[in-house]
Design a protein around this ligand. Structure first.
Ligand code: R1P
Ligand code: URA
Length: 290
């Protein structure tokens, strides 16, 4: 069996994976990822017990139980580049034997749920509402570094996306769906739609401060996009990378976001912390029963 070299899978002196600083036994198979490191404690304060806490750089991990369900909460920081690190290291923790440095014969499928914040692209998805992403559509290019294929429907959707948005000078977009088995638990109280993941918060999400944009119509074109019954509900900076890598690695992924900005009516939440706390309580209530 082929050994993975120390330069490729970096394991520290604690026997933990390089960036997350987590050992295999310290991770639960149900994981909630959050962008903001401070959000980890906001979730783990609801645990019945916390068995493990660790921080390395922006990656904080708390593992514990809630209603007898073992759960890890992991902060990713911002952006798809961080998601490349987090998803690969989470997968390595369950699917690579750290002693032999070989891929295990029996693979484990993780449940990975993102709990984040986003900007709404639809007037009827106001601030402080919640969105469950049916798909992650990436403008961030991450998945293009991995061998991947789209099915026929995805190819047609992406073709239509390129035509409708005229995003000719940006990278090759990619798309992956949510885990249907997870998504079905998050219907009541959630809007659904395609989430576009951007490689930035300002220009890549059509915000103008001092610089002009190469595609000034971006927000309007995303809002107006339609393909069959699909429309784009929101954008943020991680979902497509989680869905894309998660699908390639065989994990079940879902992204759930509180709307803090509405880009159509140009409004920002008056209390985004309260919206995030409400989402945390709602998501933990559901996760602890599935
Ligand atoms: C930008 O402010 C950040 O907020 C959103 C975006 O995806 C990006 O990470 O998510 P989080 O609140 O989870 O960080
Ligand atoms: N996060 C984003 O990425 N964009 C927004 O508009 C709000 C939160």
């Amino acid at each position: 069996m082929k050994q993975i070299a120390p330069s490729e899978l970096i394991i520290n002196s604690r026997g933990a994976v390089y960036h997350l600083d987590v050992r295999p036994e310290e991770l639960a198979t149900t994981i909630i990822t959050v962008g903001d490191p401070d959000r980890v404690a906001l979730l783990s304060r609801h645990f019945d017990n916390v068995e493990f806490k660790r921080q390395h750089r922006e990656f904080i991990t708390h593992t514990g139980t809630i209603n007898n369900k073992r759960l890890s909460v992991v902060s990713t920081g911002i952006g798809p580049d961080n998601i490349d690190i987090v998803i690969n290291e989470l997968d390595a923790l369950v699917n690579i034997d750290f002693e032999t440095r070989t891929i295990k014969e029996e693979l484990t499928a993780l449940q990975i749920m993102r709990l984040g914040t986003c900007g709404s692209l639809q007037k009827d998805i106001p601030v402080d509402n919640f969105v469950a992403s049916t798909h992650g559509l990436g403008l961030d290019n991450l998945l293009n570094f991995y061998r991947h294929e789209h099915n026929d429907e995805e190819k047609l959707l992406l073709q239509s996306f390129m035509t409708q948005t005229q995003l000719n000078n940006s990278s090759q977009p990619y798309i992956s769906g949510a885990s249907a088995s997870l998504l079905k638990n998050f219907v009541d109280g959630f809007h659904q739609g395609i989430t576009v993941t951007c490689p930035g918060f300002y220009g890549p999400q059509g915000r103008v401060l001092r610089l002009g944009l190469s595609n000034p119509q971006l927000v309007d074109r995303l809002t107006d996009f339609s393909f069959g019954q699909h429309r784009i509900s929101n954008f943020e900076m991680e979902t497509s990378a989680i869905y894309g890598l998660g699908r390639l690695l065989g994990h079940h992924c879902l992204s759930l976001n509180a709307v803090v900005a509405n880009r159509v009516v140009k409004e920002f939440s008056k209390d985004s912390a309260a919206a995030v706390n409400k989402l945390i309580e709602k998501v933990l209530g559901i996760v602890s029963t599935i």
